[in-house]
Ligand binder design. Sequence first.
Ligand SMILES: [Zn+2]
Length: 460
Amino acid sequence: MQTQKTSNPRLSRILGRAEKFDPVTSFPKVDELLEDFDDRAEHEPGVHKRRIGTSRLGEAIHEFIIGDGTRDVIVVGGVHPNEPIGFHTVARLADALVDDPSTVMGLTWHIIPCIDPDGTRLNEGWFSDPSRRTHYARHFYRPAPDEQIEWSFPFTYKRAHFDAVIPETFALMRLIDETSPILLVGLHNAELGGVYYYLNRHLPGAVDSLHDIPAHFDLPLETGEPESADAYAYGAAVYHAPLSLERYDDLENQGLDPAAIIGGGSSADYVARHGSLTFVAELPYWTHPDALDNAPSSRSYDDVLAEKAEGLHNLGEELQRVLNSAEPHLHQNTPFLRATRAFVPLMTETGDAEARRAAWPESSREATVAEAFTNDDLVRCFRLRYGGMLLRALHAEVYAGTAHPRLRRICDEFEETYESWLAEAESVRDLTTLPIEQLVGVQYASTLEIAALIVDESDQ
Ligand SMILES: [Zn+2]
């Protein structure tokens, strides 16, 4: 595989290692991941294990330190526990840092293999076979926003105030404050489409390298609807990671109530006090030719948005109806229920926001095939994700033996609805599962290259 050569010799060396990663068809469970890192600390004199915190369910959280430079880099896996590509990336990164001292670049690397073991264990049901989207959806878990490590940092701005920091986030905050890192890499990944990135500031050379890396693996850059409609881009698919106060002001300018929408701050907000660079590489599991096609679609963009708005509205109403009828019979305070209660109202609110965007004059234009596909697919994605979590919340009550007969009926009926959504998702043709080792290659290479660029910059 060397579909495209980069003219950057350092990046060529990094990619030379990344392209030899063994094929991967699954994700490690938390115990396997942590045993692998414990083994490294036991057998490699250059790898030091240190406890940094405790999860809400009482599991010790460790970092693994490699290198002894005066400047620090923090790499965190499991920031969103439904995004496990980084679990392979941390392992390949630790291999490289131990095998090849030049990779360390005179830095101290702090690797946290998994910052959210509790949440990750609730996704393990799909880790053995990540190729099928419906299998993934059935076993999917994404925490409520105030339980996500990435979005539960303290945040105070204008009328917003959040300080209900969970212990996992607090562990990361302490490490950030102790080390004042030059670089913080949160290992996220996306679901479907192409590769894209977030940086919190301009970094010379970054955009070219971040384009060369996926091109080397013949992986596409994202071209569809960005996660945030008003995202500023440093280059194609390289977005500015907005600070929460920037999002606050944007929402306020749109006439919305930011205090009701923004909860906690992000890791990018928190490291701003240290002047650290934040870098995120978002990799999809699947792709589709239409998600990458910039040709005109013959659909108008405002229609695409209006249909998405209606789809999200219908979804929000259906999930809320099921949740409301189940509520009197729910006794188990499961993470699935907390997430469902938080996410379901957001479906309707997101639908409202998209309906408003459909009415903007600039939305009156032809949509590309990629925009049409990715907007349509978001409704599908949310049905699979949030319908799946509601079902898991209902099942928890059934399995615990505490379900009222009425709740069993609600559960059976919603199971049928959910199966129809799964069948609809299965009917999408031409979905391709991307080779996981290549996605890991992109995350690995981009992490090392960004670290090298920031070292270059600070040495000047
Ligand atoms: Zn994420």
